[in-house]
Design a protein around this ligand. Structure first.
Ligand SMILES: Cc1ncc(COP(=O)(O)O)c(C=O)c1O
Length: 474
């Protein structure tokens, strides 16, 4: 046997794996303790892309690397989402047990193309989908799949809408001049899905929002009529629950009413906000969601899961199956006992890891209520942060938050270019690694945007953020 083959065989050595694994877990546990404790470490690595490109250059090809050294560099050159001062995008600090579950999934490497290839993974997925559809309030006819992210989830749901409302697109091609209505604040993946489906630039009809960035339900009728007058066939409305930029929930009940009257498919992009279904205090924000035909729910947002695990859920399981035509693949399906129902027939992916195992493990260990409390806690803190901002005379809130996304700007430098003030403040804070926060452009100008997603973030951290912005803006 050649020496390279024996190198690969040796790489499977169980004792070596054990030793590397123990060292890895020790290192990550130390990191986790320091990060969640808010140790005096920057939230971001503070190195330039050029430095990182050089550090991760093609030296890797020599094969002489040391795993613990690579992990150390990876950790040092990454953003620290477990740090309480991480208030950036809607990506959570992952639950440690979910990361361990992911390690298990990676080593087993069972694909879910057909359940024969990933027996437990497939059963877990079915169980989670049943639980998620139950949380929405749907009955036994509901169904869905887990998929790789909200963007792919939105495309999957809208493909099902097209098949349900616009003829047999899979076989006959997409009918000309189809369109969907969506809030002008919808996540970009909704418009992308429309373009991918071949509806063209007219196919995404933006519906105006009110001053709180909620889709204006009273404008649906006019948007629908205008689209129809322009020769478009509207097949669906996509609502946001909540929107990405400001975390605002669209009025689902009123939108559902409109869809029922017009015979339109209702899709709800609840990638971020569906987890509020698990709370008593905030599930009212989703009132009417059970009237949707489809929805998307990301567990890698408000359920603290590693990227990516998204539920694409359908009220009518059979309609959901219309998203994709059954592929001809005798090597997968000919001997599958329930071929029509195999996961890869209903999802875009062919090979797919056991996406649900980390979530299943976390729910099994901690229970659904713990997640409900976590989500409610972040929404509560969002409101508290908004009150803190409103109580100052040098900050302005973009909108009173529905969720844990809070947008605000520093106005202390009146007379100055406010957009430039926010941009400069953010750059300075992020550059120092004091906090990770982002920015968003709204009609009134540039705002600072925070997502309070880390269970260790406190009021004190948020007060510290306001101080940091004041100092950086000065
Ligand atoms: C409302 C909404 N929909 C969809 C997405 C896209 O999800 P993903 O990043 O998982 O593809 C996001 C991402 O932030 C989102 O906020």
């Amino acid at each position: 046997m050649s020496s390279s083959v024996s190198t690969i065989r040796a790489a499977f050595d169980a004792d070596q794996f054990r030793a590397l694994g123990h060292k890895l877990v020790d290192r990550l546990a130390g990191y986790l303790g320091a990060a969640t404790g808010g140790a005096k470490m920057p939230v971001m690595p503070g190195v330039s892309n050029e430095q990182l490109n050089a550090a991760w250059s093609s030296r890797f090809q020599r094969g002489a690397g040391r795993f613990d050294e690579l992990v150390a560099r990876m950790v040092a050159g990454s953003n620290h989402l477990h740090h309480p001062r991480y208030v950036g995008h809607q990506v959570p600090p992952t639950l440690p047990v979910a990361a361990l579950a992911e390690l298990t999934v990676a080593l087993l490497n069972n694909s879910l193309a057909v359940s024969e290839m990933g027996p437990s993974g497939a059963a877990i997925e079915r169980s989670l989908i049943e639980w998620m559809t139950g949380a929405v309030g749907w009955g036994a006819g509901a169904g869905g799949v887990l998929t790789s992210g909200g963007a792919l989830g939105n495309l999957t749901a809208l493909l099902a809408a097209r098949q349900a409302k616009a003829g047999d697109s899979w076989n006959d091609g997409t009918a000309p001049r189809l369109a969907i209505l969506a809030s002008e604040q919808a996540h970009y993946s909704v418009e992308r899905a429309v373009r991918v489906m071949g509806f063209g630039r007219h196919g995404f009809v933006p519906v105006p929002v009110d001053e709180t960035f909620r889709l204006r339900a009273s404008a649906l009728e006019e948007s629908y009529r205008a689209a129809t007058r322009a020769g478009l066939t509207v097949i669906a409305v996509s609502a946001s629950a909540c929107s990405t930029a400001t975390g605002t929930y669209d009025p689902l009940e009123e939108i559902a009413e409109f869809c029922a009257a017009q015979g339109l498919w209702l899709h709800v992009d609840a990638a971020h906000g569906a987890s509020a279904l698990l709370t008593k205090r905030y599930r009212g924000l989703l009132k009417g969601i059970d009237r949707a035909d489809s929805l998307v729910w990301d567990a890698h947002k408000m359920m603290l899961m590693p990227l990516l695990v998204t539920g694409v859920l359908f009220k009518d399981r059979a309609a959901g199956a219309g998203a994709f035509a059954s592929p001809r693949a005798s090597y997968l399906y000919e001997d599958a006992p329930d071929a029509a129902d195999e996961i890869s027939r209903r999802a875009f992916e062919c090979s797919k890891p056991a996406l649900g195992f980390p979530l299943y493990a976390a729910l099994s260990l901690y229970g659904v209520d713990a997640f409900g409390q976590y989500v409610a806690g972040t929404y509560d803190l969002g409101r508290r942060f908004a009150e803190m901002i409103a109580a100052t005379d040098d900050f302005e809130l973009a909108v009173h938050p529905d969720a844990n996304i809070v947008c605000f700007r520093y106005t202390g430098g009146r007379g100055k270019d406010l957009d430039a003030v926010q941009a400069r403040a953010r750059k300075r804070i992020v550059g120092e690694g004091a906090f990770y926060l982002v920015q968003v452009r709204l009609p009134a100008g540039l705002f600072l945007r925070t997502t309070i997603i880390n269970p260790f973030t406190s009021e004190e951290d948020l007060a510290g953020l306001l101080t940091a912005v004041r100092e950086a803006a000065a």
